[in-house]
Design a protein. Structure first.
Length: 73
């Protein structure tokens, strides 16, 4: 689905079509979570529990970067 970036005040935004909002079970005013994956960006409905888990995972990846790099070899 092709989306267009538009100006929103001093920022930029993307208009989500009704069909996409319905597929994501979202309404106006809801929050989205953007998750970077090897294939691109994945948008999901914002889940505070998932956001907290991702914050912990990112912290571990920053702190133990060298260990994780060795394990990947």
């Amino acid at each position: 689905m092709k989306l267009k970036i538009t100006t929103v005040g001093n920022s930029a935004g993307v208009i989500l079509p009704k069909e996409l909002l319905a597929r994501l079970h979202l309404e106006k005013g809801d929050a989205l979570y953007a998750l970077e994956t090897p294939d691109g960006i994945r948008l999901t409905a914002y889940d505070p529990e998932l956001a907290a888990q991702m914050e912990v995972a990112e912290q571990v990846m920053r702190e133990d970067r060298l260990v994780l790099h060795k394990l990947a070899q």
